[in-house]
Design a protein around this ligand. Structure first.
Ligand SMILES: C[S@@+](CC[C@H](N)C(=O)[O-])C[C@H]1O[C@@H](n2cnc3c(N)ncnc32)[C@H](O)[C@@H]1O
Ligand SMILES: [Zn+2]
Length: 263
């Protein structure tokens, strides 16, 4: 399944480490994950979401507010008879660990080491690794499906690791996602701009919008705010104003697109 992130040769799993024939080796951490991100692949010392964002994500998602999305993604994958799947940009693993209950072999990676540490400490069934979506250390044609949920796009790499009949399921924010939060933070609120559906190496099979309203608790709202970029772009008094007010209903608005690999 794995290839060496340095020389691209097969990686063998030897007890507590992964190693290639050229002796590049990668230790399995106490939590069970392996770091396959070469230092040269890092743009900063700790790329990706930080611990604060990841912990907030875990707390918020465990509140079940996005459970409907999880169910939809699992149902879609089931309709394609998926056995081996990779969750790209999985963060703390909310979707991954529940997909691992439904599918035989689940692999997941994120560029954030702290996120993978947290994910692998809780879920012993999926295989977690630190890597970038732009250099996935998985061999060609090895997986039936890739999921990319609110995570960076890397169509060429996704197509490379997918089998000929493989599918890509992506979830992106639709126009009104978290609108009420933006309305409380900004004077002139714009709807989210949709990413275009065309994708290199892929043909679109379906597109479905999932839109509903949910009312987070105060703690839920704080965690939701902290897992979005809005929190970090808002001055302290603005942050406090949003969090000290009455609780309010928020729109969840997702676009779920399914693609097949172009032949
Ligand atoms: C908005 S979060 C979504 C996480 C998760 N899929 C979810 O929906 O809960 C985006 C994630 O992408 C990760 N990320 C950013 N750049 C990445 C890259 N080049 N390769 C892999 N993951 C990346 C971040 O660290 C972060 O955990
Ligand atoms: Zn190597």
């Amino acid at each position: 399944m794995f290839i060496c992130p340095i020389c691209k040769q097969k990686l063998n799993i030897l007890g507590e480490k992964y190693a290639c024939a050229k002796n590049h080796s990668f230790d399995v951490a106490r939590q069970g994950y392996v770091n396959l991100l070469p230092v040269s692949g890092k743009k900063s010392l700790s790329p990706g979401d930080n611990e604060l964002m990841t912990n907030a994500r875990r707390e918020f998602l465990n509140g079940g507010y996005y459970g409907k999305l999880l169910d939809k993604v699992c149902a879609l994958l089931k309709s394609f008879n998926v056995k081996t799947l990779v969750d790209s940009g999985c963060s703390e693993g909310y979707y991954t660990r529940q997909m691992a209950v439904a599918f035989a072999d689940v692999y997941a990676y994120d560029i954030s080491k702290s996120a993978i540490k947290l994910a692998s400490a809780t879920d012993k069934k999926s295989r977690y690794f630190v890597a970038s979506a732009f250099h996935i250390p998985i061999k060609d044609g090895a997986v039936d499906a890739v999921t990319k949920i609110f995570a960076p796009d890397s169509p060429r790499e996704f197509a490379r690791i997918l089998s000929p009949n493989g599918v890509l399921v992506e979830v992106i924010p639709a126009e009104e996602h978290l609108l009420e939060i933006k309305q409380r933070l900004y004077d002139n609120v714009r709807l989210n701009k949709l990413e275009k559906a065309e994708k290199e190496c892929f043909e679109i099979l379906s597109e479905e919008r999932l839109k509903y309203s949910f009312t987070p608790t105060k703690e839920g709202l704080e965690n939701l705010f902290k897992m979005t970029p809005y929190y970090y772009k808002t001055p302290k008094d603005g942050q406090e104003k949003l969090l000290s007010g009455e609780i309010f209903a928020v729109t969840a608005d997702f676009l779920i697109r399914t693609y097949k690999k172009r032949r």
